[in-house]
Design a protein. Structure first.
Length: 238
């Protein structure tokens, strides 16, 4: 059983901590690669540790990418690199994941674990706001439709903008996963004044608007799941 010091403080949308702990102890922790656990434990001391991908979400993403047989992926929002390393571990030797984040210091916290795992050659980390990088990628027609998979866990102000650009970068049949789309369960609240902590209020309306827009978007097949803070899967149709 996982040491109590490394148990996640948050348990996603499962309001029963015991049930969430059962899920982790039974099916997540036993199959979590040791190097990912090392990175997760090291990241726990970061003041923004809750930014990291939860291990149950990581397990789901890993399974999804394996089912899709991905080879070329892109990640917007890296933090200490848990999901980035997870992706690199399952990519083939000639696979590639591009990770974009403005915080190199956080990424460098996870870099020793990435190098220790021997998959750093599959990773291209770009320290930058994401929009200019995505726009630059789209300047080259060869990049359009060239990615198998994209994962977005970044600032909510621009998630809609990331989505639009990634929809051009992923291939038809490719998948975009957006994180935090149930915003801690607050998307059902009738008014922003009811959202706590207050730091979540700026992203509340944006998340609701984005959910509505994607649900009505004929370019994708979508599925929203109550995992972690809510994830939306978008499969490009055209």
């Amino acid at each position: 059983m996982e040491n109590s010091k490394t148990v996640l403080k948050q348990h996603g949308l499962l309001h029963n901590q015991e049930l969430y702990q059962y899920l982790l102890n039974t099916s997540v922790y036993p199959r979590e690669p040791g190097i990912l656990k090392e990175l997760r434990d090291a990241s726990a001391c970061h003041p923004l540790a809750y930014y990291g991908t939860s291990p149950d979400s990581g397990q789901f993403l890993s399974m999804l990418m394996k089912l899709l047989n991905v080879k070329k992926t892109i990640e917007v929002g890296v933090f200490t690199g848990y999901s980035l390393l997870m992706t690199a571990l399952i990519l083939p030797e000639d696979g590639k994941v591009i990770g974009i984040d403005i915080d190199r210091k956080a990424y460098e916290m996870g870099l020793p674990f990435i190098k220790k795992s021997g998959v750093d050659h599959k990773i291209e980390f770009i320290e930058s706001p994401a929009l200019p990088i995505l726009d630059k990628l789209l300047e080259d027609p060869a990049n359009e439709g060239s990615f198998d998979f994209a994962f977005v866990d970044a600032d909510k102000v621009n998630t809609g903008n990331y989505y639009e650009r990634l929809l051009k970068l992923v291939k038809v049949g490719g998948v975009i996963v957006l994180d935090n789309t149930l915003w801690g369960g607050t998307v059902t609240l009738p008014d922003v004044s009811m959202v706590f902590p207050e730091s979540r209020r700026p992203g509340w309306g944006l998340t609701i608007e984005l959910n509505k827009a994607i649900a009505e978007d004929p370019r994708v097949e979508m599925c929203q799941i109550p995992l972690g803070d809510g994830m939306t899967l978008c499969r490009r149709l055209s």
